[in-house]
Design a protein around this ligand. Structure first.
Ligand SMILES: [Zn+2]
Length: 203
C-alpha cells in the first residue's frame, strides 16, 4: 500500500501524546478519519481556541482564560492559605476533590536529578514575592509522595527560609478505600508517621 503522508503525520502527532503508543495512535487516527467533516472541523476549532485562549494565570500559574484566574479573584477563597503544587493539573485535581478553599501557586516543574528537571527559578522568586507582599499565613506543600516530590518540597522549603510563614506538607499514606494488607512498606511507613490524634469525640 502506498504511504499516506497525512495519515502518517496524524499517527505521529497522536504518538506524541503522553501514554499513547503506536497502536493507540493508529486507532485514534482511524477514528478521526471516520468522523463526519463538521466534527473534525469543530475539533480543529477547539484545538485552535484552546491554544489561543488558555494560558497560565500571571499570579498563580493555573491554566485559565482570564487574568487573573477565578481561583485568584474569588473573594470567597481564603487568601491566607497558599497551596504550592507542581503542575496546573494538580490544581484541577485538588479543586475537583473540594478539599481546599485557599489560593494556589503552581511551580511549573519539579526537582528530578535523574531527568534533569528543576523548578523554574522565576516561579520560586514569584512565590517568595507573594509571601513578602504579606497576607499569607500558611504555605501548604502539595507535592507528590515520591522522591521527586520530597526533593521539590525541600527545595521550596529552602528558598522560603527566613520568611515569616508557616510551612506544612500534605499528609499521605493509605489511600481511602485501600487495604493495609495490600499497602507497600513505604506507604505504611508514611501512614504511620503522619498519624493524626484520634479520640472518640471526633467520631
Ligand atoms: Zn490565578
Amino acid at each position: 500500500m502506498d504511504s499516506l503522508p497525512y495519515l502518517d503525520q496524524l499517527i505521529e502527532r497522536f504518538r506524541a501524546f503522553p501514554g499513547v503508543g503506536e497502536k493507540s495512535a493508529r486507532r485514534m487516527a482511524f477514528f478521526l478519519l471516520q468522523q463526519p467533516t463538521p466534527w473534525v472541523e469543530s475539533l480543529a476549532e477547539i484545538l485552535r481556541g484552546a491554544r489561543e485562549h488558555i494560558h497560565p494565570c500571571p499570579i498563580c500559574g493555573a491554566l485559565t482564560d482570564r487574568d487573573p484566574c477565578p481561583l485568584c479573584s474569588d473573594p470567597g477563597r481564603r487568601s491566607e492559605l497558599l497551596c504550592v503544587v507542581e503542575t496546573p493539573e494538580d490544581c484541577i485535581a485538588l479543586e475537583q476533590s473540594g478539599v481546599f478553599r485557599g489560593r494556589y501557586h503552581v511551580l511549573g516543574g519539579r526537582v528530578s536529578p535523574l531527568e534533569g528537571e528543576q523548578i523554574p527559578p522565576e516561579r520560586l522568586d514569584a512565590l517568595r514575592q507573594r509571601i513578602q507582599d504579606g497576607g499569607i499565613g500558611e504555605v501548604i506543600l502539595a507535592m507528590n509522595p515520591r522522591v521527586e516530590g520530597d526533593l521539590t518540597a525541600f527545595t521550596v522549603q529552602e528558598s522560603l527560609a527566613g520568611l515569616p510563614v508557616k510551612l506544612s506538607r500534605l499528609a499521605c499514606g493509605l489511600p481511602v478505600g485501600g487495604s493495609i494488607g495490600f499497602a507497600d512498606r513505604v506507604t505504611l511507613h508514611v501512614a504511620m508517621e503522619a498519624r493524626q490524634p484520634f479520640s472518640s469525640e471526633e467520631i
